[in-house]
Design a protein around this ligand. Structure first.
Ligand code: ADP
Ligand code: MG
Length: 460
């Protein structure tokens, strides 16, 4: 896949977002206990020219997010802007298609489509003309006089689309619009929607679709945001660079589906590399994570992997590497992630390719390896830098474990914070950055460093 096959999507410069959410949060109060947080502070932009899919497990807050972005519900904190104006004060132009068709049962198909135009004060003639045209566009010519109950689910959802599109919304929102339909009907409607979008038959500038269906997201979206839950937050936000029409069986497609599946099912996976992401742009994780999630891999494992990749000419398929090592892919991935985080390895379309510094590392003897690891780790891993800095700052060069756990548990669960620190200890010890006294639960600087620090800073 090259960028040449994918038309460049307009990257809106700052300020050109149609809708921009700034640090929006949502809490619900509960009768029994305190309020619960459903969405943690989230930034999100909807820009012209793209179909944006919000993907996440059930209960992760997708609908809540959609309601806040459309002004249906107010964020508990933060602000949503419509063309840079607070949404409550703006004249917004959006439509929403829901999963349940939400048609008026007592109105005919035509009257259902006319209803929003009537609400906007369009003249009866104008309403009729625009609605008939829209019904024709969605393949419902001839059904104008029917009532919703006389229609199949697929046809009712067509009415739902016609009613949403007839007002020519600037942003079309959809909340699981195809999930109540049978597979074939859903597939047909998806292709028709894409056709309307590609032909510019609808004047809509952006589409925002909520779904829990990974393939649906990969099929439709120019950009996918994956939500994690408890509370809802953005795990990853990336562009899909597969040209339309997309083939579900194509390798780029299945790779991306697998990748997203991995991210969704394994909350500990750091979304770092997006397959089919050719422009080398880093994936934006908008959660503004302070700490990277350290993959739980040992330095020795990283060294072993790099040696093997080098042995294979510097590049090999990750699945083949796992096979050669008789590793399960899930056991190999943390090591790959670690090598990548340290800048020793690049992952490109399922291949692991060794970098220059990775090759140097693999070719060095152990003492030099430790040095290279130390450089890479301090350059790339914030937590390690912070531990070293804190140790250097203290006159006794010793800091209790809890100090770092307190910082980590702002971002990770208690259990994960412990695991993060455990990995940091393994890496830090190997790199001889610091040591850890397991009995006293304290970090301290290794001897020489301590002496150097004392020599530099005077005896305290
Ligand atoms: P999704 O659309 O991803 O399935 P929702 O946005 O519907 O998720 O819900 C996210 C979380 O918020 C769920 O745990 C849900 O139970 C909770 N929730 C949604 N609406 C309310 C509400 N009105 N009061 C209390 N909790 C709610
Ligand atoms: Mg929902």
């Amino acid at each position: 896949m090259t960028s040449a096959t994918t038309p460049a999507l307009p990257q809106a410069p700052a300020g050109e977002a149609i809708i921009r959410a700034e640090k929006i949060e949502k809490y619900y109060s509960q009768p029994s206990e305190n309020r619960i947080q459903v969405i943690s502070a989230t930034d999100l932009e909807i820009v012209p020219g793209e179909i944006l899919a919000l993907l996440g497990p059930s209960g992760s807050g997708k609908s809540t997010m959609l309601r806040m972005l459309t002004g249906l519900s107010r964020p508990s904190a933060g602000q949503v802007y419509w063309h840079e104006k607070p949404i409550a004060e703006a004249q917004i132009n959006v439509s929403i298609v829901f999963q349940s068709f939400a048609l008026f049962p007592w109105l005919t198909v035509l009257e259902n489509v006319e209803a929003p135009l009537q609400a906007r004060g369009v003249s009866p003639d104008g309403r009729r003309e625009r609605s008939l045209r829209m019904l024709d566009t969605v393949g419902l010519a001839g059904f104008e006089a029917a009532y919703p109950k006389e229609l199949s689910g697929g046809m009712r959802q067509r009415v739902g689309f016609a009613r949403a599109l007839v007002v020519e919304p600037e942003v079309l929102f959809m909340d699981e619009p195809f999930s109540a339909l049978d597979v074939l009907t859903a597939e047909n409607l998806r292709s028709e929607l894409l056709e309307l979008w590609a032909n510019k038959t609808m004047p809509t500038k952006a589409v925002f679709i909520v779904t829990h269906n990974i393939e649906e997201a990969v099929l439709l979206a120019d950009r996918i945001i994956v939500l994690g839950r408890n509370p809802g937050h953005i795990r990853t936000d990336f562009r899909v660079q597969i040209p339309q029409p997309r083939d579900r069986k194509a390798e780029a497609f299945t790779q991306l589906v697998d990748y997203i599946y991995k991210v969704l099912t394994r909350p500990d996976v750091v979304p770092t590399e997006i397959p089919t992401h050719p422009d080398g742009k880093k994936v934006r994780d908008q959660r503004q994570m302070r700490y990277q999630m350290l993959p739980h891999a040992r330095p020795g494992g990283v060294a072993g992997l790099l040696e093997l990749v080098l042995d294979k000419g510097g590049r090999d398929d990750i699945y083949r590497l796992a096979d050669d090592l008789a590793f399960e892919i899930d056991d190999l991935l943390p090591i790959v992630d670690a090598a990548q985080l340290l800048g020793f390895l690049k992952v490109e379309e399922g291949d692991a390719a060794i970098t220059e510094s990775g090759a140097e590392f693999a070719n060095s003897e152990i003492l030099h390896q430790k040095e290279l690891f130390r450089e890479a780790a301090t350059a790339n891993v914030l937590l390690l830098r912070q531990i070293v800095r804190a140790l250097e700052a203290k006159s006794d060069h010793s800091v209790p474990e809890d100090f770092f756990l307190d910082m980590l548990d702002e971002q990770f669960s208690d259990e994960e914070s412990l695991r993060q620190l455990e990995t940091a200890i393994t890496w830090g010890r190997y790199a001889e950055l610091f040591d850890f006294d397991a009995a006293r639960r304290r970090f301290f600087l290794p001897k020489e460093e301590e002496e150097e620090a004392e020599a530099a800073g005077g005896v305290e």
